[in-house]
Structure formats: structure tokens, C-alpha cells
Design a protein around this ligand. Sequence first.
Ligand code: GTR
Length: 325
Amino acid sequence: MLHFSKLMGATLVAASLMAGVASAQTVLRSSDTHPDGYPTVEAVKYFGELLNERTDGRYTVEVFHSAQLGEEKDTIEQVRSGVIDLNRVSMGPFNGLIPETTVPSLPYIFRSVDHMRKVMDGEIGDEILAAFEPHGVIGLAFYDGGARSFYNSKKPINSVDDLQGMKFRVMQSDIFVDMVNALGANATPMPYGEVYSGIETGVIDGAENNWPSYDTAKHAEVAKFYSLDEHLIVPEVLVMSKASWDKLTPEDQAIVKQAAKDSVAKQRELWEAKEKESRALVEANGTTVTTPEKKPFIDAMGPVYEKHVTDPKLKDLVTRIQAVE
Ligand code: GTR
């Protein structure tokens, strides 16, 4: 009898422990437009592992890659309304919503990837992350997105002149539309997932992106001319829904923030390797790379800055970014 009740007790304890563990475990859903294995996808998984370890398994992160939860602009809205907990996106689609995100999205604002990292890792980066919160989003960390250049299905681009009248897809932000127009070409804003068929069917002549996107989205199959003008170095950003954030204790918020920061080095390591791998792959598969002189591209950007940098706060940000050595 004694034995039996002991057994019963142990079973009850085990059952309630299991129930307790199950109910205390929260799965955070994260969106990414890129396929599994892409550096941003892997970095968010790594962030999830850190978070899981540091909360003794109370939180896990599930990454929905390959735009399973939608295109970036739509997922941003879902994050704002609390339907999705986390999102890894470019800064570009935030431009219409958060004025501070327009500055790191300006063409040629950064002299190099190192300059971008120095700025985004420092107090200017923290200031820009803080600007997300009033819009229902918590900025957690910036990832690398390398440099973006134009590519097309028609011809090699050796100068600004070669771009005249060509049609390029851009991310859904006015800055990028004005950037393409300032170069004498025509911009078509459209979601990332429509670019491949846009080029294939001739709706657009090309697009612009970094090596890993050009490669993994298979744009290299339909647009074989890549010109290394490197007009944009737009950081990627990992954000959390403010609705999800507000459910966390201050201690857990600190753990989330730190885990995100700690995933940056991992993302950069993966990124550097992927950039090299993707470039080698597309070149081996017949992409022609040209290297136009950058100065005429930079000189053409005056009107973009004049139009988009009017607010004194943004002007100040531009000046401070340019002053970072
Ligand atoms: C990629 C970026 C994506 C997305 C895409 C695009 O480089 O990582 O987040 O913004 O570009 O052009 O839409």
C-alpha cells in the first residue's frame, strides 16, 4: 500500500512538472525572407539557442524562413500588431515608418562595410535602434547585408550612361526609387519574391542586391550582368514585436537584448563566408562582373540627399555618420 501511494505521488509530481514545463515554454515565431541556411536565418537560430540556454529553456525561437509568413512589408505589419514575435528584415522597408532608418539607407552614406559596422555598433546605432519603439517594434540588433549593386539581363554596365532608361526593381522605399531615377534609370518598387519572374518576363531589366541574395534568390539565372557600383550598404535589422516584448519581465528583456547582440559576430562570420561563396558560384555559372568608376554614381546622389535629408535631426545624423572615421 505504502509502495502504491509513493508511486502515485511520484507520478503526480512528474505529471505536474511536465505540465508546468510545457505551459512555461514560450515559442517565439520569427520571419525571414531568405531560405534556410542563409546567414541571417542561421544567425536568428543561433540567437534562439542563446536565449533558450540563458532562460533555462523557457523561450525557444522558431524561424519561418523563405517568406513563409509573407513578404517583408507585410511581416513588418504583422510584427507591429503582435501576430509575429520577431522579424529579420532590411532597414529599407522601414523607411516610410521610421524616419531614422532612412539615414543608413542613403546611397553611399557608408564608405565601406567597416565604416557601417563602426557606426551601427556604436551610439548612433543604439540611437537608431531606440527609434523603433514608438512604432510598435523593438530594435534588437543590426546584421550585415554587405553592399548592393545593380544587375540586369541586358548588358554590362560600365558607367552611369549605360544605365539610362533601364528598368530596375527596388525595395519598397522612396529613397531607392529616387536613387534609381537620379541615375537616369526607372525604378519599380516590388516585393523581393516577385523579382525573379519580373526579370524573366521582362517587366524589369534587373534589380540590385548583394552577392548572397543575387545567388540564393536565383536572380543570377536570369540577369547575368552584375556591376560592382556598391551604391548601398544597408544594414539588416532584427526586431521584436513590442506586444511580445511587453510580456517579458525586465530580466528576460535584458537576456533577449544581449542574446541578439551576441548573435551579431556569428552572423558576420557566416556573412563573409557566404559572400565569397555566392560570388564564386555565380561567376562560375556565367555572371559577367564589371567595375564602373564610383565617383559619377556618388555625384549623382545630390538630389536624393536634398529630398530625403531635410529634417534637422536627420541632417545631424548624416553629419555624425560621415564624421565617424
Ligand atoms: C536582401 C535583404 C532582404 C530583402 C531583400 C530585398 O539583401 O537581406 O531582407 O530586403 O534584399 O531586396 O528585398
